[in-house]
Design a protein around this ligand. Structure first.
Ligand SMILES: NC(=O)C1=CN([C@@H]2O[C@H](COP(=O)(O)OP(=O)(O)OC[C@H]3O[C@@H](n4cnc5c(N)ncnc54)[C@H](O)[C@@H]3O)[C@@H](O)[C@H]2O)C=CC1
Ligand SMILES: O=C(O)[C@H](O)CS(=O)(=O)O
Length: 489
């Protein structure tokens, strides 16, 4: 696979590889030409994608605003019907969507197809929720008063999403928005626009009305971010990415007092107590640390292991990671694909260097040169709270093992961060399980599991990991406004 034509030839339905923007139900070229999408495993250009100007983004918002007025009149059941078709089409084309995703993002093909199933599940789930947007009747405060609470769509919702989950991070936002009766403008990461554009292709085929779902590729994230924040027609901004960019967008959105959801950085602790099932803990750590090659904001960033099982856990983890196969995501049996770009590798190497310079010991991998975007996984022992990895998200294949002695100590260490997205621990003692789960200052706690992502649960963080929740019946609330009607009878 070396260029756009070759990727097309891999697809059962080559027409799914679209490179234009999808605006108001039309396929549109970019006023600012095109930008290159490269395959992170080989560095070759996969496609040249329409590069929208800020004026085109403003035009798309106007079309989304007009379309939303009609879409909001559809019944929940009608919206559910076309969303079900959209879900079905995504699943029917799962192999092709997975191949497009691997080509631009790099993750192993099996993982990419898994992401398509995961992403589609939000469309299925929220399509069903469209029928259950219930209001309330409230007993009147005076004898002649009747109070009714309505829930109405907020209007046009805009998303900015990252490259690490180019499908699911969009569906987790677009699905509740559409179910609620909002229209949606999506600006995908410039590294991975093809996975977003193909959702437009399938939305069109599913019968989602023109202008309700729009895909706006652009190489200039800041220009699009400003348009989203400054355009009065946009009433909701939803972002997944770094805390740093989240802060910028929150400041920009303040002028319009825009409703914002922020799914930001994490620094997940993964704690192994001495009563844990060690085999299960190692498997959980593998999934949690190395999914998407560590480029996941719910990935284990700090692995805390109790002193009594520390050496055993380290040896078992090393034995397991040694067997992982690194390579092009299209190769059979690959566990770890490339990192997204050289900068991602530099960040991992910085964390390794810092740990080693402060006394940590490399037991696997180490700081060899990167081969393209490939960086072998590294495990180090003897990691302490003064090392950079204790505070910063690595976002790569680096597993630092910290040692602890008791529950209170590890809870304090785990909570010593500005972040609060996901956390994990392995233990059997029931009273310990409750105590630790309650004490961890995180939006998500995985107990004896390394995978917590599902459409049925509320995903999101506390502290500087974000605002709001995505997924579950709670996930639709951010796209709804409450209005109460007070009637005198
Ligand atoms: N919560 C999560 O899932 C993610 C967390 N991160 C964290 O952020 C670090 C850096 O990764 P990046 O991809 O550079 O994240 P980022 O936060 O810079 O980018 C996320 C998205 O925001 C866009 N963006 C960047 N600056 C913007 C601006 N001023 N206005 C509007 N949009 C803007 C980007 O183009 C991308 O689409 C990672 O190493 C990781 O620690 C990154 C991606 C996803
Ligand atoms: O849904 C997930 O598993 C995650 O949201 C992907 S990320 O946001 O944590 O990177």
């Amino acid at each position: 696979m070396t260029n756009e034509t070759d990727l097309k030839s891999m697809l059962k339905d080559p027409s799914l590889l679209e490179t234009r923007a999808y605006i108001g139900g039309k396929w549109v070229d970019g006023d600012d030409g095109t930008f290159d999408v490269t395959n992170p495993a080989r560095g070759d250009v996969v496609a040249k994608v329409a590069n929208l100007s800020r004026a085109q983004v403003a035009g798309a918002i106007a079309q989304a605003e007009a379309a939303q007025k009609e879409w909001a009149k559809w019944t929940g059941k009608e919206r559910a019907g076309v969303m079900r078709k959209w879900f079905d089409l995504m699943m029917e084309n799962q192999d092709d969507l997975g191949a497009i995703l691997t080509a631009e993002q790099g993750k192993p093909l099996a993982e990419a197809k898994g992401e398509i199933g995961y992403g589609a599940s939000f469309i299925e789930f929220f399509g069903e929720e469209a029928k259950r947007i219930y209001g309330e009747t409230v007993p009147g405060h005076q004898r002649d008063k009747r109070i009714t609470v309505l829930k109405q769509p907020i209007g046009v919702a805009a998303s900015i999403t990252p490259w690490n989950f180019p499908n699911a991070m969009i569906t987790r936002k677009a699905a509740p928005a559409l179910a609620a009766g909002c229209s949606f403008v999506a600006r995908p990461a410039a590294e991975t626009p093809l996975s977003a554009i193909v959702m437009g292709v399938l939305a069109e085929r599913a019968g989602i009305p023109a202008g309700v779902f729009n895909v706006l590729p652009s190489s200039s994230s800041s220009a699009v971010g400003k348009e989203f924040c400054e355009n009065p027609a946009v009433r909701k901004l939803t972002f997944t990415g770094s805390t740093e960019v989240g802060r910028i967008l929150l400041k920009q959105a303040a002028d319009q007092v825009m409703k914002c959801s922020m799914e930001l950085g994490g620094n997940a602790p993964f704690i192994v107590f001495d009563d844990a099932d060690l085999d299960a803990a190692v498997e959980g750590a593998i999934l949690c640390k190395f999914r998407n090659n560590g480029q996941t904001c719910v990935c284990a960033n700090r692995i805390y292991v109790q002193a009594g099982v520390y050496d055993d856990f380290a040896a078992r983890l090393k034995a397991r990671v040694e067997k992982m196969k690194i390579g092009d995501g299209f190769e059979e049996g690959v566990d770890l694909g490339p990192l997204i770009n050289p900068a991602a590798g530099e960040k991992v190497k910085e964390h390794i260097d810092d740990a080693v310079s402060k006394g940590a010991t490399v037991i696997l991998g180490g700081n060899g040169a990167m081969d393209g975007n490939f960086l072998p996984p590294t495990i180090v022992t003897g990691v302490t709270q003064d090392m950079q990895v204790a505070q910063d998200e690595t976002f790569g294949p680096f597993a630092p093992l910290f040692k602890f002695t008791d529950e209170d100590e590890v809870i304090a260490m785990a909570n010593d961060t500005i972040f609060g997205l996901a956390s994990y621990f392995y233990a059997k003692d029931l009273s310990r399980v409750y105590k630790v789960a309650e004490a961890l200052e995180y939006g998500i706690v995985g107990v004896n599991t390394g995978i917590i992502s599902t459409e049925v649960a509320p995903f999101g963080g506390v502290k500087q990991s974000g605002l709001g929740r995505e997924g579950s019946h709670h996930g639709i609330e951010d796209y709804l406004e409450m209005k109460y009607i007070c009637m005198s009878v």
